[in-house]
Design a protein around this ligand. Structure first.
Ligand SMILES: Cc1cc2nc3c(=O)[nH]c(=O)nc-3n(C[C@H](O)[C@H](O)[C@H](O)COP(=O)(O)OP(=O)(O)OC[C@H]3O[C@@H](n4cnc5c(N)ncnc54)[C@H](O)[C@@H]3O)c2cc1C
Length: 454
């Protein structure tokens, strides 16, 4: 088949590899220059947290080892309180890690593999019009301004949160669409490397400075730097709007992030130079138009970044689609229908969990009751692994469908609420007979049985 893929970000590049490997002729269009020869200045995250779902996709195309070469394992959250005191919370009880991965290095790997797999890549070619009914697109060459029409059997929209393919779908009857911007935006800042190229703070942790209504996080890069992201309200006090001068900024950092300030000599210059971006959740339905145009990745389901799952979820879309292509060769209508019906509830679940996790990261990780709760959950997981897998573990370290993980997480929440309501739980918790309480209260769940194909 002749297939157009719109958008050579992480998801479009991976999808193109998988389609080409199944023998299709793939044209991949991207409005930006080729990042392998010129750097993109998009003001978006330099690095991303990759977890099991992402690795599973990279294994499928044989890129896991190549990506691990520049991926930095992060074993847990390192919390920094306002006095500079550190608390480390491991992500799992079995040394599980998530990985800090460079967005551009990963995208380069995928583009190279796409090219090797026979995909035709076209850069600085922008989609400026879509005819969904015959899967054709208007492509404008950003150098010459000339526009041509490209016909195909199928059109995949992997063109991100503000997708042009999705915009075309929106003009049709009975297309449901919701976009929701949170009141926080984000700005990236840097902790530079030490003079010898090493890291100034622990490189095997995701650092968080939780401050109630806002937070700063930092992920390590291979060159000794950390990319920090300040998630902060657009308006109010304090907010991006209330910090107007260099002095405002330095005062704010001295008060709230005193241990970071000495590590960021250029914080004021960077803060006023770097772009301020917004955070959006996109929900829509259907993802498939007349079995000719299909949405995938952020174009179908942009989520806020607080579970570190946006790319992981988009990669999982590709894995599931590829499985369906293998199971039902040539039955396109069936493949597309199963793809969207399988993925939509899972995309909705991770969108909701990501919004909830913002409150947890910026607020609760510093709360003693929350920390005790997490300690008890880790105890349950260690001693009763067949009965208890924490929600974070299910999301980050297994392939249990997101919607199933969320439902189990809700059941666990109710259970933990009753445990935390026990008088003197702070002193009682090591003595409780968890096995009987768990058996009475929870539906038996073994992740090993639950790793469904989709
Ligand atoms: C602050 C932040 C932190 C994040 N952290 C994480 C994380 O830790 N872990 C994680 O898993 N995810 C994370 N994400 C989410 C992740 O970035 C996205 O889910 C992922 O990039 C989606 O990939 P995509 O290929 O679907 O879309 P995109 O990466 O947006 O790629 C779309 C591509 O389409 C191109 N394009 C757009 N319009 C057109 C057009 N008209 N014509 C031609 N080309 C077009 C764009 O130039 C782009 O290259 C984060 C997101 C943000 C904003």
């Amino acid at each position: 088949m002749n297939i157009t893929v719109m958008g050579a970000g992480l998801v479009g590049s991976l999808l193109s590899v998988l389609l080409a490997r199944r023998g299709h002729r793939v044209n991949l269009f991207e409005k930006r220059p080729d990042l392998r020869v010129s750097q993109w200045e998009d003001g978006r995250t330099i690095n991303l947290a990759m977890s099991e779902r992402g690795w599973r996709a990279l294994r499928l195309v044989g890129l896991e080892d190549a990506a691990k070469e520049f991926a930095i394992p992060m074993r847990g959250r390192m919390m920094h309180d306002p006095a500079g005191k550190l608390t480390f919370q491991p992500y799992g009880t079995n040394n599980e890690c998530i990985y800090s991965v460079s967005r551009s290095l990963l995208n380069r790997l995928l583009m190279n593999l796409a090219e090797e797999s026979g995909v035709h890549l076209h850069f600085e070619k922008k989609c400026t019009g879509v005819d969904l009914a015959d899967a054709s697109v208007q492509i404008t060459d950003l150098h010459t301004n000339a526009t041509r029409t490209v016909h195909a059997d199928f059109l995949f929209g992997s063109d991100g949160a503000f997708s042009a393919v999705r915009a075309a779908m929106m003009r049709h009857n009975r297309f449901n669409y919701e976009q929701y911007f949170i009141e926080h935006g984000y700005k990236e800042l840097t902790i530079p490397a030490r003079p010898d190229g090493t890291w100034d703070i622990d490189k095997h942790a995701l650092h968080i400075w939780p401050r109630g209504h806002y937070m700063l996080i930092a992920l390590p890069n291979p060159d000794g730097t950390f990319t920090c992201t300040l998630f902060f309200p657009f308006s109010g006090d304090p907010s991006f709007a209330s910090i107007r001068t260099r002095e405002d900024l330095l005062r704010f950092f001295r008060q709230n992030f005193p241990d970071v300030l000495p590590l960021m000599p250029d914080v004021a210059e960077e803060y006023f130079r770097n772009p301020l971006s917004s955070l959006v959740t996109v929900r829509c339905w259907p993802w498939v138009y007349q079995n000719r145009a299909i949405l995938i990745g952020d174009a179908a389901h942009a989520v806020v970044p607080f579970y570190g799952q946006g790319m992981n979820a988009g990669f999982e879309d590709c894995v599931i689609l590829d499985q369906l292509l293998g199971e039902h060769p040539g039955e396109w209508a069936r493949i597309f229908d199963q793809y969207q019906r399988t993925r939509k509830p899972n995309a909705d679940a991770i969108a909701e969990l990501a919004l909830q996790n913002f409150t947890e990261m910026r607020d609760k990780v510093a709360d003693p009751a929350f920390l005790l709760r997490k300690k008890i959950e880790a105890h349950l997981h260690r001693h009763y692994p067949d009965l208890w897998t924490p929600l974070y573990t299910m999301i980050a370290f297994t392939n249990i469908p997101y919607a199933e993980a969320m439902a189990l997480g809700r059941q666990q929440d109710r259970f933990m609420n009753s445990i935390m309501a026990i008088p003197d739980i702070h002193s009682q918790w090591p003595e409780l007979d968890y096995e009987s309480i768990l058996k009475e209260n929870l539906v038996h769940h073994s992740p090993a049985q639950s790793i469904l194909n989709y």
